[in-house]
Design a protein around this ligand. Structure first.
Ligand SMILES: CC(C)(COP(=O)(O)OP(=O)(O)OC[C@H]1O[C@@H](n2cnc3c(N)ncnc32)[C@H](O)[C@@H]1OP(=O)(O)O)[C@@H](O)C(=O)NCCC(=O)NCCS
Length: 139
């Protein structure tokens, strides 16, 4: 049984370990703003979704990650659907996400969840391949 909830202060140490490279100050900020959802299976943390808002208003899924031993059993979908429902509840009509252009597996997963590709941008000096953007209309 997978349960999804907004992350709380007590989840920060786990997020610092599992949402690598972000750092504790930013993770604490995102938790305080309600920008993380976490998934638990039988009380054990198994995944998270972090988001922000493009232009301050379009929900943008920055990262979704399920622990390797728990993939392909519906945790990611449960996290995503909980986020979509929460964003719809806030009145959002469009969702956004993105992925490196050579990451075909996450992209297939995004498409499976109703996202369509909408363009790519190059990020010289930051990333060696373009970042592909996806949108999903939920109105
Ligand atoms: C992408 C990710 C979040 C998906 O979560 P998950 O819990 O493994 O996915 P689910 O079990 O909910 O997937 C549901 C369906 O999608 C399929 N699926 C799962 N991973 C897939 C993938 N990488 N590509 C295509 N389909 C996939 C499953 O087979 C399942 O279909 P089924 O029910 O018909 O068997 C997870 O694999 C992950 O953490 N990957 C590494 C991090 C990453 O790439 N994140 C995305 C970019 S930010």
């Amino acid at each position: 049984m997978v349960e999804v909830a907004s992350a709380s202060q007590t989840d920060i140490a786990w997020l610092v370990r599992e949402d690598a490279n972000l750092g504790q100050p930013w993770i604490s900020r995102c938790v305080a703003l309600g920008e993380y959802l976490v998934a638990r299976e039988d009380g054990e943390m198994v995944g998270f979704l972090r988001f922000s808002r493009f232009w301050g208003r379009v929900p943008y899924m920055e990262m979704i990650r399920v622990l390797p031993g728990h993939r392909r059993s519906g945790v990611g979908t449960t996290l995503f659907l909980a986020w979509e429902a929460a964003m719809r509840g806030e009145g959002a009509r469009l969702l956004m996400t993105s992925s490196e252009c050579d990451e075909s597996r996450p992209q297939d997963w995004h498409r499976r969840n109703g996202f369509i590709e909408t363009g790519a941008i190059e990020l010289p000096g930051l990333q060696s391949v373009p970042e592909v953007f996806f949108i999903k209309h939920i109105a």
